[in-house]
Design a protein around this ligand. Structure first.
Ligand code: BTN
Length: 331
């Protein structure tokens, strides 16, 4: 049975920002007093919903909260596996670490953890990820896939491609994916992906997929060293996005993409999406592998998600991991 809060939120969403929700109707539907209904709305107001109240008409949603709200994300979720659960935290060290701790403590998967801010967020290679409360999305998904580790190789790229398609559909923007885990817009980083797995002898025990997506941070909020390289969706669309609606879309898409990956249903779409969103094909790059630098021209990726590079001798080299730097701008 839906909770009273979710019934109230769904009623508000169904009316949009112009229609009114009648307190009397809600009281009848929930079998509670009108005072109890008023208290539900007051709770939403305290949680950041901007509401208008009029005696004869009821309640109207003027603006949703600009930050993560669990009930609102749930109400926006269109598809969800029955066993999926969501937690929204005010603050945590790293949503990836929190998800790993909860997996280790036995929380049933799949679940997702969204935090409004992180104090020790990590990127690849242990680099820090800037994660104050600035309107951006920090989320980690926890799964128990029971697959051989090698099957997971293209997982992060597959997720990145799904996110690119979601952004392309939800906004007028043209995102790209820079192997292996950078979401780019306008040549700047709009998001990063971090997959971490615990592996038993021949099976993945559990897996955490973390996403930092710059939704609404203003340009002025970046520290000086990040400002030239980072961008948010709102900076480019020119208006803030509905955080909870977009977060629900991201969660729905990731859960669907995960299921397709498990079913092996991703193979054909992978190539199509890769052609559409890959930003490196044909570019002269250098792949840094530890201290070694490998210059070459990017040919693409193989089915396993490894980067294929043609070196100066015309040989194809294959990289499972590494850091890519562009040698010169695209012609
Ligand atoms: C990268 O580009 O290097 C990956 C960045 C991943 C950042 C996200 S934010 C949510 C999750 N929690 C973390 O500590 N990291 C990931």
């Amino acid at each position: 049975m839906p909770s009273p809060e979710s019934t109230v939120i769904r009623a508000l969403l169904a009316r949009g920002t112009t229609g009114w929700v009648s307190g009397a109707d809600l009281a009848k539907k929930l079998s509670v007093s009108r005072v109890a209904v008023w208290q539900y709305f007051e709770k939403l107001r305290a949680a950041g919903f901007t509401l208008e109240t009029r005696r004869a008409r009821g309640y109207r949603l003027l603006a949703p909260p600009p930050h993560a709200h669990a009930g609102l994300i749930e109400a926006h979720l269109k598809i969800r596996p029955r066993d999926f659960t969501l937690t929204v935290l005010e603050e945590t060290d790293s949503t990836n670490d929190e998800a790993a701790r909860q997996l280790a403590a036995g929380r049933p998967a799949p679940f997702a953890i969204v935090a409004r801010r992180q104090t020790k967020a990590r990127g690849r290679l242990g680099r820090p990820w800037h994660a104050p409360q600035n309107g951006n999305l920090y989320v980690s998904f926890a799964f128990r896939p029971h697959l051989e580790p090698a099957r997971m190789n293209p997982f992060t790229l597959w997720m990145g491609l799904n996110l690119c398609e979601l952004i392309a559909n939800a906004t007028p923007l043209q995102p790209g994916l820079k192997w292996p885990n950078d979401l780019l817009l306008d040549g700047r980083k709009v998001g990063g992906l971090l997959t971490e797995a615990r592996v038993d002898a021949d099976q993945i025990r559990d897996l955490v997929f973390g996403l930092g997506l710059n939704l609404n941070s203003p340009a002025s909020s970046w520290p000086a060293e990040l400002a030239p390289r980072a961008v948010s969706l709102a900076e480019l669309t020119g208006a803030p996005l509905d955080f909870n609606r977009l977060t629900a879309a991201v969660i729905g898409r990731i859960l669907l993409a995960y299921q397709r990956f498990l079913d092996g249903d991703h193979v054909k779409t992978f190539a199509d999406l890769w052609h559409r969103f890959d930003v490196l094909r044909g570019r002269d790059v250098a792949v840094l592998e530890g201290n070694r630098r490998h210059p070459g021209t990017v040919l693409g990726v193989d089915d396993d998600g490894a980067l294929l590079l043609k070196d100066s001798a015309g040989r194809t080299q294959r990289f499972r991991a590494g850091e890519v730097t562009l040698e010169k701008p695209a012609a």
